[in-house]
Ligand binder design. Structure first.
Ligand code: SF4
Length: 276
């Protein structure tokens, strides 16, 4: 059975939360924060697709796009303007998740502000998008060989999705969007999700990414925290994943209650050891 990063992450947060969600399959609904984050991801996916479409027409930067605006009107591509990004945001806005009009209006405006921050970050440099919302599946255990590398990927199927991959001068740059509280550099350097992205990049593109970033898009602006992974770090990540997988197979679902985790847990109402 494939194991997604979301499953791994849930298990690391609390094994009982994993059991409730993936073994007992207790419905947990979707929070407003999750609905908002999902809408931001969907918007930036559409935006990335527009970038790819425009690049196929040879439109590599905003200036050129604006110069070709008249021509764009007669073909299928759209100029990559802030107005277009806001329009895509409005189309993806999860209106039905909000119980009042006031709440919805505030969230919509918050999203517009975040999209403006993203646009300002995006237009700072010329970007070559390789993929957006690209799914991956890495077999660990059959000793997958990587061309030109001594590294072998061992057996277990890890699935996930890249938010965005850009081609930069040094190689590939993997970018993951976040709308929650920004992480520290030390947390990003040790982040398992980014190690999995490095592993998947190695498998799908035959090279480790030159850089991996968490792109935090918040009311304070865009904060990009960059890191890298070498083969040794990827090997360590594989060991961590294999260890978690082994514990899941052994049905080790001993809870690890902690206020910081339990207060966001959708099962705190049914869990008898919840710390809140
Ligand atoms: S309430 Fe806390 S201990 Fe219980 S499942 Fe959730 S995170 Fe785990």
């Amino acid at each position: 059975m494939p194991l997604s990063f979301t499953q791994l992450s849930t298990y690391r947060r609390c094994p009982r939360q994993y059991e409730y969600c993936y073994i007992k399959k207790i419905p947990k609904g979707i929070t407003l924060g999750e609905a908002f984050g999902s809408a931001v991801h969907n918007t930036l996916k559409r935006w990335g697709e527009e970038e790819i479409r425009n690049a196929e027409f040879g439109m590599r930067n905003e200036t050129k796009q604006l110069e070709m605006f008249a021509e764009a009107q007669t073909s299928s591509e759209k100029p990559l303007t802030l107005e277009l990004l806001h329009k895509i945001w409005h189309e993806n806005f999860p209106l039905n998740s909000f119980s009042t009009r006031v709440e919805a209006d505030m969230a919509r405006m918050r999203g517009e502000e975040l999209m403006t921050f993203y646009y300002d970050w995006w237009k700072k440099e010329q970007r070559m998008v390789v993929a957006v919302e690209k799914g991956f599946s890495v077999e660990i255990g059959n000793e997958t060989k990587i061309p030109n590398s001594a590294f072998r990927i061992p057996n277990l199927n890890i699935t996930g999705r890249f938010d965005r991959i850009e081609r930069v001068q040094e190689g590939l740059h993997v970018i993951d969007f976040k709308t929650g509280k920004p992480r520290t550099q030390a947390e990003v350097d040790a982040d398992l999700q980014l190690s999995i992205y490095a592993l998947a990049t190695l498998k799908d593109f035959g090279e480790l990414p030159a850089a991996l970033s968490l792109l935090h898009i918040t009311e304070d602006g865009v904060l990009e925290i960059q890191t890298t992974r070498n083969e040794s770090q990827v090997r360590d990540a594989v060991k961590q994943i294999t260890s978690i997988h082994g514990r899941i197979i052994e049905k080790d679902f001993v809870p690890t209650p902690a206020v910081a985790v339990c207060k966001h847990c959708p099962y705190r109402g049914v869990c008898d050891v919840a710390a809140v």
